[in-house]
Design a protein around this ligand. Structure first.
Ligand code: ZN
Ligand code: ZN
Length: 350
């Protein structure tokens, strides 16, 4: 079968390769992949900016069908439609694992960088306990958004950063920022503002403007975000600031527009060794500033329910959908910010 493989250590070194059909052990399942989204992590691996164990098949944002089960597997059957938490090979015995935080276990090696992932029609899935069922009403492309949406749920909903009536600002109008804005609104925010820069204008901000759940879409290089926030909040500032850009300038903006005793939640990495951070400005406002890496178990079923309710306009969000053969075009478009979300389809009318 054909798989998209990171072949060695270094920049680039990604190619379509013929690889053997995976075999499974007695406690494992084989997944027939339906769809798999391209994550920022896949791009980081392409660029050699994230740890990986080559040669390795990329891709972790998958949805699919159980195609075979090992003889010791309980609770799963061939034909089950699933998505899976990528926390494979966590040790299970460290303090983090034993307190329900296997997503940050140092031993963890996930599909797509630590073991072979889902940019292939079939994938060996070593830990059935990490799978989640998806409803029939959810198609595979929509369901493949579960993993990134579970990140948003982990960072926005589980720590209760948004309450009914809040004014929320989101930095970074990429797929994660947009999903965060929509989830904040769904969670009861009175008003959601999303902001970006000139480079975001063509694809990202124009999509945001087409989404009725997002109340204000601001290009901070053209419009005065602070004045808008002052007006909306009687000068107090936003209740919640969601940092989904990784950009230094946005952190500074966040420090300006957050209210005293407000909450800041950070989603995703900056990709840099260090950033200039307005520490004192946040301190003086006594904000609650939250960091979370990856996803928690309880985010997954919530993310699936949110997707099934149609809160996330996946048709608009997934700008590039096609076969694995188009990978280079999709990667290039994503790196040039000419795409929102890229996704490969498998084993179905691609
Ligand atoms: Zn991801
Ligand atoms: Zn562990």
């Amino acid at each position: 079968m054909q798989a998209l493989v990171k072949t060695g250590k270094g920049k680039g070194l990604v190619e379509l390769r013929d690889v053997p059909v995976p075999t499974i052990g007695d406690s494992e399942v084989l997944i027939e992949v339906g769809a798999c989204g391209i994550c920022g992590t896949d791009i980081h691996i392409y660029e050699d900016e994230f740890p990986y164990y080559p040669p390795v098949t990329l891709g972790h944002e998958f949805s699919g069908t159980v195609a075979a089960i090992g003889k010791n597997v309980r609770g799963w059957a061939v034909g089950d439609r699933v998505v899976g938490e990528p926390h494979t090979m966590a040790c299970g015995v460290c303090a983090l694992c034993r307190t329900g935080n296997r997503q940050i276990c140092p031993e963890k090696r996930s599909p797509g960088w630590g073991i072979n992932g889902a940019f292939a029609p079939l994938m060996r899935w070593p830990e059935p306990a990490l799978l989640h069922r998806i409803p029939n009403m959810l198609d595979f492309p929509a369901a493949a958004l579960t993993e990134p949406l579970a990140n948003v749920v982990t960072d926005v909903i589980l720590p209760q950063t948004v309450m009914a009536g809040d004014v929320v600002a989101v930095a970074g109008p990429g797929p994660i920022g947009i999903m965060a804005a929509l989830v904040a609104k769904y969670a009861g925010a009175a008003r959601v503002i999303i902001f970006g820069v000139n480079d975001d204008e063509e694809i990202r901000l124009s999509l945001c403007r087409a989404l009725p759940a997002i109340d204000n879409v601001v290009n901070v290089q053209k419009e005065d975000l602070s004045a808008l926030v002052q007006d909306l909040t009687s000068g107090r500032g936003v209740d919640t600031f969601i940092e989904a850009s990784g950009a230094q300038a946005a952190m500074k903006t966040g420090a300006q527009i957050i209210r005293k005793l407000g909450t800041v939640t950070a989603i995703g990495l900056t990709g840099r060794p260090a950033v200039e951070f307005p520490y004192d400005a946040f301190m003086k406002k006594s904000v609650r500033y939250l960091f979370n890496l990856s996803t928690k178990y309880e985010s997954w079923d919530r993310a699936i329910h949110i997707l099934a309710e149609g809160v996330i306009p996946h048709e608009q969000l997934i700008s590039h959908k096609g076969s694995l053969g188009q990978w280079k075009d999709f990667f290039d478009a994503l790196m040039a910010r000419k795409a929102m979300k890229g996704m490969f389809l498998f084993n179905q009318g691609e």
